[in-house]
Ligand binder design. Structure first.
Ligand SMILES: Cc1cc2nc3c(=O)[nH]c(=O)nc-3n(C[C@H](O)[C@H](O)[C@H](O)COP(=O)(O)OP(=O)(O)OC[C@H]3O[C@@H](n4cnc5c(N)ncnc54)[C@H](O)[C@@H]3O)c2cc1C
Length: 357
């Protein structure tokens, strides 16, 4: 058991919750904590508004898409995220979240644990009137079946700065700093007892975490400028192709590709060409076979992936509690606010169990 000097006159409720990482996970969590009245400090190398390749949250698609093969708890995190993003979309354009149509084409008949569960989230009160099976005449014949529904897309170029401003106006504090360990944070905030590790794949290199399951997974997308940005196209199966509208930026994001342990910031034009060709086959009404060079730009970002899936847990470390929420790979936006909600509950439990003695 470690022993710490208890600063006199600092009631526990004024000790900041310290969040390592200011991507969508750290920021969504900070916002929720602040709304609940907790003091919060975020420490991160990259902050909202930054555009570094290592800062995944600047580059995401970012579509809400129900993931297949996940647990009921994980489905619930996605459902909570949907509820909160939908409210943001309804409140106006400031958040960069919008409601769009979706067409999902399935290579195979959906398995029981497939993305089909998402229909309960995207439809009104389970009536499924916003989710329907498409008629065979409506989609390319090489697919087994297809779904039409409404979903949410988040424009990260708007959402991250929006979230940054919200956090600041709620009293949150950002500190731009790279740390080599959690211990460095403990030393910076000796009075704090609850720390949240939302460092993406940074936990691979933190000397007192060293999570070897974390790995960087490079993504590269084509951004195509177009007015036709009201429908998402998603190919469900072996081939990983999507067309994600970004209405506020007047374009669509074409993808995708996943390259494990590749950190190259250089645009690979062969990948871009292949993505345009695949997106054209998926959505010829939006993506021309040969778009003009002036309509095309490129997005390169590193997903914070993790073997075995993301980490979400709370552990005692001496007289501190560390909540870990990292390794969200290609789904950090779709899980974001649900994870924030779960982390807040863990923080409350940590304070109840460990801080108020
Ligand atoms: C091309 C692309 C397309 C994507 N599309 C989608 C999509 O459609 N839908 C979806 O849900 N998701 C999508 N994603 C995934 C999504 O972007 C990520 O899952 C999400 O952004 C991860 O958020 P995060 O906060 O965990 O990590 P990050 O955004 O990477 O943030 C990590 C934070 O931790 C900080 N940090 C790490 N280590 C340290 C350290 N040692 N010291 C200080 N600070 C540190 C960083 O500076 C940063 O602030 C996509 C990703 C890419 C690259």
């Amino acid at each position: 058991m470690e022993h710490h000097h208890e600063p006199e006159g600092v009631p526990f409720s004024q000790r900041p919750i310290v969040v390592l990482g200011a991507g969508i996970i750290g920021c969504a969590t900070a916002r929720q904590l602040l709304r609940d009245g907790f003091p919060v400090v975020l420490v991160a190398e990259y902050l909202p508004g930054d555009q570094h390749i290592q800062y995944a949250s600047a580059w995401a698609g970012a579509a809400w898409h129900a993931a297949g093969g996940i647990t009921p708890d994980q489905r619930y995190f996605q459902a909570v995220t949907h509820r909160i993003l939908l409210k943001m979309a309804q409140e106006g354009p400031e958040s960069g979240v919008s409601v769009v149509n979706a067409r999902e084409y399935l290579e195979q008949k959906p398995a029981p644990d497939s993305a089909i569960w998402g229909r309960t989230v995207v439809s009104k009160a389970y009536r499924c009137d916003q989710f329907r099976e498409m008629h065979t005449s409506e989609y390319p014949s090489d697919f087994n079946c297809a779904w039409a529904y409404e979903t949410l897309v988040t424009d990260p170029t708007i959402h991250m700065p929006y979230l940054g401003k919200q956090i600041t106006s709620l009293g949150g504090q950002f500190i731009r700093q790279r740390v080599e360990s959690l211990q460095e944070l403990y030393d910076m905030f000796p009075e704090s007892r609850v720390f949240i590790n939302a460092s993406g794949w940074g936990s691979k290199n933190l000397t007192d975490v060293k999570d070897d399951n974390c790995f960087p997974e490079r993504g590269q997308n084509v951004f195509l400028t177009t007015d036709r940005c009201d429908t998402m196209y998603f190919r469900n199966g072996q081939e990983y192709t999507y067309v994600i509208p970004r209405p506020f930026s007047k374009g669509v994001v074409l993808g995708g590709v996943k390259q494990q342990d590749n950190l190259s910031p250089e645009v690979d034009l062969d990948i871009a060409q292949d993505e345009i060709a695949r997106a054209h086959r998926l959505a010829p009404e939006i993506v021309p076979e040969h778009p003009g060079a002036d309509a095309v730009s490129h997005i390169v970002g590193i997903r914070p992936s993790r073997k075995g899936g993301f980490r979400l847990d709370s552990e005692r470390r001496g007289d501190r509690v560390v909540v870990s929420a990292y390794g969200f790979g290609g789904g950090g936006y779709a899980f974001s606010y649900g994870i924030a909600d779960a982390v807040v509950k863990m923080v409350e439990k940590a304070e109840r169990d460990s801080v108020i003695v």
